[in-house]
Write a protein that binds this ligand. Sequence first.
Ligand code: IFM
Length: 490
Amino acid sequence: MIPQQKNSQESVKIASEAAPPEPRDVFSFPEGFLWGVANSHFQVEGHPGEITNRLSDWAMWTTLDGKILDRSTADRACEFFKRYQEDIELAQKLNMNSFRISINWPAMCPEPGHEYRKDDPTLLVYKEMLILLKERGFKTFLTLFHFCLPNWLAEIGGWNNERTLDEFERFAKFIAEELGEYVDFWLTINEPLAYVYQGYIAGTWPPGYNMNYLKGFECVRNLLIGHQRAHKVIHDVCPEAKVSVTHHWMKFTPRNKFNPMDRLVCHMRDGIFNHSFMRALHTGELTFPLISLIDHRVRKLTCKIPGLKDTLDFIGVNYYTRQFCEFECKWPLEFFGAKSNMVENETSGLGWESYPEGLYDLLVHELRPYRTDHKGALREIYITENGHAGIFEADLVEGDWSLEDHGRVRYLKSHLLSLYKAITRGANVKGYLHWSLTDNFEWAEGLRARFGLVRVSYPTLERTMRKSAKVYAEIAAHNGIVNHPPEQRQ
Ligand code: IFM
């Protein structure tokens, strides 16, 4: 029986206070390594104005029938907008030294023609939040677009309308002017290809298109232009700024490695999902794998984007899982490829396979083309997300449920060991930010898919540390993994 934790802040035995471990089996990370946590506004915030007025496409989407698996909404989520001080304190207790947040564009630009104001109450909350983080010694990562559009822009076509590009640039400039001094790392766009896949191909997120490759690829191009314009204005305001994107990488493996068609699908998925955006940020040119160019309309979208080359000041990696790929004979061709249900290792509550070797492979091999910019400067790499979900219904309140999260502990340690190994082979990784500090609203999966090191009881909003939080705190305190016994599978 695990004693019930009334006050999570009292309950953690912080590693730095514990007796020093034996100096064997130490996997030490480089000095100054960043240990952090990441979240995004819509998933945690419960911004009152956004919710009351349904200001974002996601606030609208959650009201539509059948869009969210457990029928939950993010209307309250974790109330991070009100309780961020408590969560920053939790992160500090976990020995974190970096924190990634995103900023609520829809709440700050609620209607067409809106003039940004320095005394906007939402802006002031972010300013206080960032100041608090800086006072507590955190390095800050700020995402500008994390899947949520102002609803009025979504209604006129979102990223497929050039108006969105102008508005995004205006927003980025304002944020750079008002918050630039408190931001260490800028992330213009979160997971562009995950956004396009879910919103234009799978249809599970707004804008809700199904298999609309053309609109999807057009969106990819416009996200690149949006990034380029934001990169420029941020640098105009803050010349020393470090600006990048967070890119979701997936390891793709052919279901049957002797089947040339499975291998082809795998090549396509890898080329589009993993490399099309990254290559464009590096070279300035958007291209797709050869076979997708049989469609002349896709061919038309391949282009040089002025000013885009080398707008990758560092590399932001989100890595979670691997997928097997198999060929399916159908029309239109699946440019993103069909995924197979096959797995070979332990899976999370969402069915995502734990495959830490994929992280090693990515850092040591896949990222090789992007390691240096065209002037030869080595790019720093930050793991901006990595995490594991357990499934627990949103209305659970008290009790032991989910606190002994051995699956997450195994996931965390095995991925950190892979990361350690990649660093020893020369990968220039400077930090790791876990997704996520607290449970939060997992998009179409709703509140029941829980990614938190810290559990949130949604009915009471009480925060309680999980086992993984304590393990992670210890790793951060030692700047490495010390004497780690293999975590038992249960
Ligand atoms: O919750 C998401 C996050 O918003 C983007 N990256 C993946 C996470 C887990 O699915």
